[in-house]
Design a protein around this ligand. Structure first.
Ligand code: AMP
Length: 260
């Protein structure tokens, strides 16, 4: 596996794949890899000739004074994980590489980006959409891989891809949510939970598994709930965000399918 941190090195590392006419897959991530990431890596490897994983904890999608500083970060372990998953190219830019001095261009998916997560994390999807568009432009993938765990993120990016006419060149691929043995969806943030908090956090998947808004609300009653809602995305989901201690967790279940 080759690891590159600059745009110039990324271009150079991708040149052979481009001249071969390879189909390139991109998996955008913020690192602290787990089984959810592995599922995206595997799908990308199966469907594309060359796979680029980006690892960038995007400051633009965190509110000022939020949990950016505490976000799990272990680039060494992530490199080992990505290599073991058969990834060829790991792109690990720093913030100045993607947002150099003078940077001032942003993508805003207006209505979709303001609801739910956008309401509780103002500016979040502006940061997500902008960094994803930049990554799409840098890597020019035929397919980009995202998790259903972040269902609203998928909807926002799908809208951006359509609105900015990227859809002829780029296919957005969405993989199902991967859960731990106790039902909790894998998340980099799970590492921040104490054992007691993790036990309390299990109310989230259990509530969503009812696939019923009222039952879910009742099961989440003891927790600090940002929202629990049926959301008319494609596919429709029952989605929730809760805070357990200082950790914020989101999850959803698809409503028109048998399994999450
Ligand atoms: P992150 O590194 O948390 O930004 O996630 C990178 C990608 O992995 C996003 O597209 C997420 O939706 C996806 N992802 C995160 N957790 C899971 C999970 N438990 N199952 C499936 N995909 C996931």
């Amino acid at each position: 596996m080759t690891t590159v941190a600059t745009i110039a090195d990324l271009r150079e590392a991708l040149a052979p794949a481009r001249s071969r006419g390879d189909s390139v897959g991109l998996v955008p991530t913020m690192g602290a890899f787990h089984a959810g990431h592995r599922s995206l890596f595997r799908a990308a490897r199966e469907e594309c000739d060359t796979v680029v994983v980006s690892l960038f904890v995007n400051p633009a999608q965190f509110e000022a004074g939020s949990d950016l500083a505490g976000y799990p970060h272990d680039p060494g372990a992530d490199a080992v994980f990505a290599e073991a998953a058969g990834i060829e190219l790991l792109f690990t830019p720093d913030a100045a590489e993607l947002y150099p001095p003078g940077y001032q261009t942003w993508v805003e998916v207006e209505e979709l980006g303001r609801r739910l997560e956008g309401e509780h994390r103002p500016g979040h999807f502006r940061g997500v959409a902008t960094v994803c568009l930049k990554l799409f432009n840098l890597v020019r993938p035929a397919r980009a891989y995202f998790g259903q765990k972040d269902a609203q993120q998928v909807a926002v990016l799908r809208r951006m891809i359509r609105d900015l006419d990227l859809d002829l060149e780029l296919e957005l691929r969405v993989l199902p949510t991967v859960r731990d043995h106790d039902g909790l969806a894998f998340s980099s943030r799970n590492a921040q939970l104490t054992a007691a908090e993790r036990e309390r956090a299990l109310a989230l998947p259990r509530a969503l598994a009812t696939r019923d808004l009222d039952s879910a609300r009742a099961r989440l009653a003891g927790l600090d709930v940002d929202y629990v809602e049926v959301v008319d995305l494609d596919p429709p989901v029952l989605a929730a965000a809760v805070r357990v201690g200082s950790t914020r967790l989101i999850d959803n279940v698809v409503l028109d399918k048998e399994k999450p």
